[in-house]
Design a protein around this ligand. Sequence first.
Ligand code: IPD
Ligand code: CA
Ligand code: CA
Length: 257
Amino acid sequence: MTSEKMVSQIKEWLNEAAGYIQVSLTNKLTVSQKSNRTDLVTNIDEEIQAFFIKKINQHYPNDRILAEEKGFDTIDSLKGRVWIIDPIDGTMNFVMEQENFCIMIAVYEEEIGQLGFIYDVMKDELYWGGKNQGVFLNEQRLTPPKDVGLSEGLLGMNAYMYGKNIYAAGEIGHASMGIRVSGCAGVELIAMLKGSHIGYISNLSPWDYAAGLVLLNEFGYQYSNIEGKPLAFANREYFLAATPTAYTQILENFIRR
Ligand code: IPD
Ligand code: CA
Ligand code: CA
C-alpha cells in the first residue's frame, strides 16, 4: 500500500534532487552519447538516478526499480511494488536549454499505477497525484480538463513521427489546431493535465509514460499504444494519449481506417 508518508518522502526527495540539479547547472556537465549523437546522458542523469535508488533501497528494501540509466532499464514484470523512474526526462533540453526537463517518478503495485510525480524543475512545478486521489499542482488540486475533440485542440507530437507521417502523425497533426514539440514527454503530459493540449503522440519507453498515466487516468484521458493496444511497459513503443473524443477520432479516422 502507498501512504501519505510515502508521498511526503517522495516530495522531499524530489526537492533535494531539484536543488542538486539547479546547482549542477552552474558547473560543467559531463555529456555522453548512448545509442546515437542525439541520445544523451549526463553525469547528473546518473547521479539523480543513483540518489533515488539509494533512498528507495534504504526505505523500501523489498521494492523493485525500473529506471532509464545504467543497469536498471529492464524488469521482468510489474509484480509486487515497482518504482519507475526517469531521473531527467528531456536530457537534450537539459543540456542545450537548461530548462524544459522534468524528473518523473511512478509507484506501481501489481501492475496498477498508484502514484505519479512529474516535476518541472526550473519552473518549480510539481504535478502529482494518486489513484482515486486526484491531481495536484504543488498543493493546489486541479480540475479535469474538458473532453475536447481533435479539431479543437493542440496536440503534443514527436517531431520525427510528424515529419515522416509515421502512423499518419502528419495527417493527425493537420486535423488538430496545431502540433507542439517540446522534446520532453513530461512537459507534454503536463500540458494535457493543464488542459492546454488535448493529446500526445510519441515513441516512448515505460519511464517516459509511467508517472503520466497515473495522472491522466485521474482526469479520464485515454491512452494506449498507437494501435489501441495496452502499453507493454517494456520496450520503446508508439504512444497515444488524448481526451476520450480525440482518442476515438484518432484511432477510428487515421489508424484503423
Ligand atoms: C526523451 C524525451 C523526448 C521523447 C523521447 C524520450 P529522455 O526522454 O521525453 O521528448 O521524444 O522519446 O526518450 O531520453 O530525455 O529522458
Ligand atoms: Ca531520461
Ligand atoms: Ca525520458
